[in-house]
Design a protein around this ligand. Structure first.
Ligand code: KE4
Length: 416
């Protein structure tokens, strides 16, 4: 198990060992096939074993795997990212989203000369020590406060606020205004289910950061190239100072990035004094897979189709839950979605934690048994790909009619 998130800790049972994927489906080692809504936790937006991505990889691998030196491929992917993401003027490639947020934090602290960082309860930014505070995703799934092994000295400078709560952020700035280097936020929260920013939330963060001289950092590791080609910042029209990217930009291979204003990025070594390095940063194979994926995403109609698939799925689920009298609420934006066994609305971590995880558990297994592969936690988002067809959504909803009946039989409500 090379990531705690893949364990079935929240749902019980045995994780499936996946043997292959093709399009929107994966096959386990026993030959069972599943309609896949995990998509390797987001990267597989163009489906498994996409022919264009495989072609690009075959071409790249025929020239070697890694050189630890500049290559044209990494410049081309960097150009594609800078052209796509409104606030990104310069970008540095790294190998994971965790690395991207870790570097963005270091840069924000260096650029402002301040030490505190503000994050939101239920948001997850990878497993870098100072951000393992009230984190979502696997940390929430396992119900651990953060992680043992992280000295309090490493988290004492991390300020927390409830997601979607501008007043709490205003209070934090009132208390630590000149000490806060940055506000780090998932512009759509995908690590406590799927929670959209309430109108004015992102704009309010921008205004507060401007007023107090802090940087606004969008963690778009999940939303980047997922909710729109230019990410959530293009969709919501809010321009952060720094952006973290991952998942889709590697097309299923290890690649991530952080970038933003040129005056900030010029402070990164070797141009500036903020050290950053990485053996496999800009790896040619990952660059090839990322570039091929982004090329496919530039085609007309891709994002409206992803959104239509995601909306058809969550609207269908909500209709069936309503027919069966089950408290249920959903969210979807672009190709990502989430749902809660909760009457709604769910705008933050406290509400998400009150959803009926016992019913989620029953629903999850009933879907798995019928060949639908969801994330094994109520604190994760789901993803559709360009390979999901209307027939796949219909098959998923047929399975859900059975799964909701299984969930409805769970009477004793245990919210955790
Ligand atoms: P990685 O280090 O896992 O590449 O990225 C960390 C990260 C950063 N920011 C956001 C918004 C993220 O969602 C993630 C990683 N997401 C989890 C699933 N919610 C990855 C799954 C896993 O850790 O196995």
């Amino acid at each position: 198990m090379n990531s705690a998130v893949r364990a079935f800790g929240a749902v019980g049972g045995t994780p499936r060992f996946i043997e292959k994927g093709k399009g929107c489906r994966v096959w386990d080692a026993d030959g069972n096939s599943y309609i896949d809504y995990v998509g390797s936790w987001g990267p597989l937006i163009v489906g498994h074993a996409n022919p264009s991505v495989l072609r690009a990889l075959r071409s790249a691998i025929s020239r070697g795997t890694s050189f630890g030196a500049p290559t044209e491929a990494e410049v081309e992917l960097a150009d594609a990212i800078c052209s796509a993401v409104p606030s990104v003027e310069q970008v540095r490639m790294v190998s994971s989203g965790t690395e991207a947020t870790m570097c963005a934090l270091r840069l924000a602290r260096a650029a402002t000369g301040r030490d505190r960082v503000l994050k939101f309860d239920g948001c997850y930014h990878g497993h870098v020590d100072p951000l393992l505070v009230a984190a979502g995703s696997g940390v929430a799934t396992l119900g651990v406060p953060g992680s043992v092994g992280v000295p309090s000295a490493f988290t004492d400078l991390t300020v927390q606020a409830p997601y979607n709560d501008l007043a709490a952020v205003d209070s934090a700035f009132a208390r630590w205004g000149r000490e806060i280097a940055c506000v780090l936020v998932e512009p759509v929260a995908g690590n406590m289910g799927c929670i959209l920013p309430v109108p004015g939330f992102l704009e309010g963060l921008r205004a507060l950061c401007d007023r107090h001289g802090a940087l606004l950092v969008f963690d778009e590791v999940m939303t980047g190239f997922r909710v729109a080609y230019g990410g959530a910042q293009q969709l919501f029209g809010v321009r952060p100072d720094l952006t973290c990217l991952g998942k889709v930009v590697g097309g299923g291979l290890p690649a991530a990035a952080f970038g933003g204003r040129r005056d900030l990025m010029q402070q990164i070594a070797p141009a500036g004094p903020v050290f950053q390095a990485g053996t496999l940063s800009g790896n040619p194979l990952a660059m090839a897979a990322g570039r091929a994926t982004l090329e496919l995403l530039r085609r007309p109609g891709v994002y409206p189709t992803l959104a239509a698939r995601g909306n058809a799925l969550v609207d269908g689920l909500a209709d069936i839950a309503r027919e069966q009298g089950i408290e249920f609420t959903t969210a979807a934006i672009g190709g990502m979605f989430g749902f809660y066994f909760h009457p709604g609305p769910v705008t933050g971590f406290e509400e998400a934690k009150k959803s009926r995880s016992d019913r989620f558990r029953a629903f999850f297994h009933a879907m798995l048994e019928q060949g639908v592969y969801l994330a094994p936690s109520p604190y994760e988002a789901g993803f559709v790909s360009t390979a999901h067809r209307p027939a796949d959504i219909e098959a998923t909803l047929s399975a859900a009619r059975v799964a909701f009946r299984r969930a409805a039989r769970v009477r004793t409500g245990t919210s955790r």
